[in-house]
Ligand binder design. Structure first.
Ligand code: PMP
Length: 422
């Protein structure tokens, strides 16, 4: 006798975060799905008012730059607004080949492959490489596309606690005793916390245990390292990394993702990676803009923008710390140079207070991102403040004034030890 199955939609009604979202909506505190009325510039129009943009990955300010807009327009005129097909079939334009050659040249690798997005890049690379009997050793703080890629792969996902090299070693020691291959995957810059991977530790351990290493440089490409090549290059460890991936959708102002490395591995992915083959290629406009953005990022102008970005971030970090916010992460020193990612984390005592902090800032013309559970572990609500090279001193002053109001108005809710707690 067949019983009644459960209602698939029952979970919708019992969804915890959904109820909380409704509550925020009712109190006009919902920080999500806000509407932009122009490019994500330093001060875009959002919901009818100009707001200083501390909530994008447009780190160099290239999205909205007239040179990228023109490149996107030209690409669309020449190759169409959509390629209407897979790279494998009718979706490879000259532009896609040009951008792959440019990526390989920039990173000094043999070859590169361009995907529809950074998300599908991780899905496609990990999915194709980590086969039955293999393992993917991933930082628990890795981007969702990495963890999803590992979950989807036929091999097993072995997660380790964020940046804990002792855990990596324990997992690798065990995995190395089995027959399967091992892929270690880390973000070089963690997108929510803004901290760096222990690249020295992870390259050393991968090598010692015969594992292959894939690093996600999404937030480092164009932002850190020589010519904006990212953290592996900055640490002079590019040769110790097997595969590097990144995206055009952040500092480079375009769209699409890429992976670069040895020619034979890239060629294998070209015909084995499902997230590469079974989806339409990135639209020409997105690739045209990426090529223009990459050219600027690699040139002297890119370096000027990186210097400005680091200075802006340092300036804002110091001002927020002075106001008593427990702003993280602590910048690290590499080769006597202070490495500053453009992502600042401002912890909040709880989800509701985080939303109230966001609203106070928004009302004063400042837009930041808010990470609530389940995007971050319970009790670790935070504002994610991402700085741009094109923020001026006047913009930053406006931001500091807005945070001053938050500190004053919410002082009773912000624990006294907030400044030192994280
Ligand atoms: N990796 C990391 C670390 C990211 O932060 C992101 C985007 N948030 C991606 C990959 C995915 O890139 P895209 O947005 O181009 O899909």
């Amino acid at each position: 006798m067949g019983g009644m199955s459960g209602d698939l939609f029952a979970k919708v009604r019992g969804y915890d975060s959904y109820a909380f979202r409704r509550e925020l909506e009712m109190r006009d505190l919902l920080p999500y799905f806000r509407t932009l009325q122009g490019p994500p510039a330093a001060v875009p129009m959002m919901d009818g008012a100009p707001r200083v943009n501390l909530g994008s990955s447009n780190y160099l300010g290239l999205s909205g730059d007239p040179r990228l807009t023109e490149a996107a327009n030209l690409a669309a005129q020449r190759y169409g607004t959509s390629v209407n097909g897979s790279r494998l079939m009718n979706g490879t334009t000259e532009l896609h080949l040009r951008v792959e050659a440019a990526v390989a040249d920039w990173f000094g690798e043999e070859d590169a492959l361009v995907f529809g997005s950074g998300y599908t890049t991780n899905l496609g690379v990990i999915g194709a490489l980590v086969g039955e009997g293999d393992v993917a050793v991933c930082d628990a703080g890795d981007h969702a596309s990495i963890l999803d890629g590992a979950a989807l792969a036929r091999g097993r996902l072995l997660p380790f606690r964020h940046n804990r090299m002792d855990r990596v070693e324990a997992l690798l020691r065990r995995a190395a005793q089995a027959d399967g291959g091992i892929l270690v995957v880390v973000d070089t810059v963690y997108s929510m916390q803004g901290d760096l991977s222990d690249i020295v530790g992870v390259t050393g351990l991968s090598r010692r245990y015969g594992a292959r290493l894939l690093v996600d440089e999404a937030h480092a490409v164009g932002v850190l390292g020589p010519d904006g090549q990212g953290v592996a290059a900055l640490a002079c460890l590019a040769d110790a990394v097997d595969l590097r991936m990144g995206t055009f959708s952040k500092a480079l102002g375009g769209g699409g993702g890429f992976v670069t490395g040895p020619a034979d591995v890239i060629d294998f992915l070209r015909v084995q990676s499902r997230a590469f083959m079974f989806t339409a290629a990135a639209p020409p406009g997105a690739i045209g803009a990426a090529l223009a953005g990459m050219e600027i990022a690699r040139a002297a102008e890119g370096e000027e923008r990186r210097v400005r970005l680091a200075a802006n971030t340092a300036r804002l970090r110091a001002a927020l710390a002075e106001l008593g916010f427990g702003v993280g992460p602590v910048p690290v020193s590499a080769n006597e140079v202070e490495v500053q990612t453009p992502i600042l984390r401002v912890p909040a005592p709880d989800d509701l207070t985080a939303a109230r902090m966001w609203r106070l800032l928004y009302d004063q013309g400042v837009y930041v991102n808010v990470a609530l559970h389940p995007a971050v572990p319970k009790g670790q609500a935070q504002l994610r403040v991402s700085v741009m090279a094109t923020h001026t001193e006047e913009h930053l002053e406006r931001v500091v004034d807005a945070f001053t109001v938050v500190a004053r108005k919410l002082a009773p809710e912000l624990p006294a030890d907030l400044a030192t707690s994280r």
